[in-house]
Design a binder for this molecule. Structure first.
Ligand code: 5AD
Ligand code: SF4
Length: 476
């Protein structure tokens, strides 16, 4: 093994200090010899997982553009392929390993092809070790903390005969002034903070994304203003737990104040994800209710409806306090839509405990829930717990839960029948040019018959039919 490689370390990844992260403005530089390196070369990027990864993908694309590369959607014609990976559950990782395996043939046909893998999986010791041992056709491995080094990494991996591996595990800084190629034209992702310090016992994210570190408010507002000038209609503020925004900085702005400042820019639509129920403040509820351009849709992951399970998960709230936040939001915004994340089959979850999760779903009538079977993640506390729940039981629970989710999704959607809603237009459907799609302020997907609407407009649509996970309507 090459001694110059920088490999991930779990011990370092779980370490946290009280040192305040620095805002780095000069870390990204493309040396002259690398500036035209990508001219006449194509890159292909495939991103797995959450919005943080999608936003990283846009940074990667932006950096490669500055090196002269152009993006292609045709993987066969690419000179550089990047798999931007997700580590949240085992099945996410299996997909990536499947894709790495599939690319072996392409690499054999095109020996000059550069295959890079990056993202959360590369922050795991076991994964990098497996790639190094079993997948010699991977040329470049980098992690979530060193995307700014991409020019040097691509250059080195292309010119050297050896593979290049660079993954930092120590707490990172906030790196500003990275280029970006936005994949959308009307909706944009805006990072407000990175990392997570919650250490829920099942979750790998605090290890793969490092400690919580916030961007400065002025940098965030500048980005939103710039997007507004470029014609974007919607921003989604991103963080693993946006409610913790600002807590790591020696300044007074918290998430509620930041949210208000973003709304004050006047951009048409403001969303945020993800909120942790533990520190969802009353000020946040007030700000959300005050500004019309903060969308009435809240994603509030509950994970379980049982207090004992929540405690073992390390979630730091109770079902009662969760319901209190839900009630407050419903009171100030009766039309607000809600979604959640729920894990079934956490170690030793009993039938009664699962039933309490269903009871909570009955209470909240969610518009949607992202449901998951618990997946042990190496190195997390939950992965060491002895588990007496069979996979068959877990699958049954998932199915029962999903049926319940569908019931409320349809019931909620049926309330939209004959209503006129605002829809931000995404564009025509692939199959039928006269059918467009877009989203309501409550994040409902609407497919509608178009009259004059064009992409990136907010228009009025009359809802004529309600399906479980989308609405059908006509532009009026
Ligand atoms: N197993 C199953 N689901 C998980 N999630 C996070 N870690 C795990 C895991 N180990 C789910 C949580 C989280 C969402 C992003 O993914 O519900 O909110
Ligand atoms: Fe994972 Fe919990 Fe952090 Fe969310 S809050 S990223 S579930 S550790």
């Amino acid at each position: 093994m090459n001694s110059e490689w920088k490999l991930p370390s779990r011990r370092e990844a779980q370490h946290r200090t009280h040192k305040q992260s620095e805002i780095q403005r000069n870390l990204f530089v493309i040396p002259d010899e690398m500036k035209d390196f990508g001219n006449h070369r194509l890159f292909y990027i495939r991103t797995f997982g959450c919005q943080a990864n999608v936003r990283d993908g846009e940074t990667i694309a932006g950096i490669l553009n500055e090196m002269g590369y152009s993006m292609t959607e045709d993987i066969d014609s690419a000179d550089l392929i990047i798999l931007n990976t997700c580590a949240i559950r085992e099945n996410a990782e299996n997909k990536v390993f499947g894709e790495i395996g599939n690319l072996k043939h392409l690499k054999l046909r095109k020996p000059d092809l550069l295959l890079a893998v990056c993202g959360c999986m590369m922050q795991e010791e076991g994964v990098v070790d497996r790639i190094l041992r079993k997948h010699p056709h991977v040329d470049l491995i980098f992690g979530t903390h060193n995307i700014h080094n991409l020019p040097q990494l691509v250059y080195q991996a292309s010119l050297s005969k050896e593979r290049t591996v660079e993954v930092y595990s120590q707490e990172g800084d906030v790196i500003e002034n990275l280029p970006v190629q936005r994949f959308g034209t009307s909706k944009a992702w805006v990072n407000i903070m990175y990392g997570c310090d919650k250490f829920c016992t099942y979750c790998i994210v605090p290890y793969t994304r490092g400690k919580e570190r916030s961007r400065l408010k002025r940098d965030i507002i500048d980005e939103v203003r710039q997007l507004q000038q470029e014609g974007f209609k919607e921003v989604t503020l991103l963080g693993q737990n946006v409610n913790a925004y600002g807590k790591d900085l020696k300044m007074t702005d918290d998430f509620a104040q930041l949210l208000a400042a973003v709304a004050e820019t006047g951009i048409d639509r403001v969303r945020f994800t993800t909120s942790h129920p533990w520190d969802f403040s009353d000020q946040m509820v007030n700000v959300i209710a005050t500004y019309d351009n903060i969308m009435p849709y809240i994603h509030l992951p509950v994970q379980s409806g049982d207090n004992d399970i929540l405690k073992i998960m390390g979630r730091r709230y109770t079902v009662e306090s969760y319901r209190e936040i839900y009630d407050k939001l419903k009171e100030v915004m009766p039309g607000c839509a809600f979604s959640s994340d729920i894990i079934v089959g956490f170690p030793n979850e009993s039938d009664e405990q699962f039933q309490r999760t269903l009871d909570l779903v009955d209470y909240c009538h969610y518009d949607n829930i992202y449901t998951f079977i618990y997946s042990p993640r190496e190195g997390t506390p939950a992965a060491k717990m002895v588990d007496n729940v069979s996979m068959e039981t877990k699958k049954n629970r998932l199915q029962i839960l999903n049926e319940r989710v569908k019931k409320y999704a349809l019931e909620n959607n049926e309330k939209y029948l004959n209503q006129i809603v605002d829809v931000l237009v995404d564009g025509p459907s692939r199959k039928n040019e006269s059918i467009y799609s877009g989203y309501t302020d409550t994040q409902k997907l609407v497919n509608f018959k178009v009259k004059n609407a064009s992409v990136n407009e907010i228009i009025k649509v009359k809802i004529t039919e309600a399906k479980t996970f989308f609405l059908i309507g006509e532009e009026i």
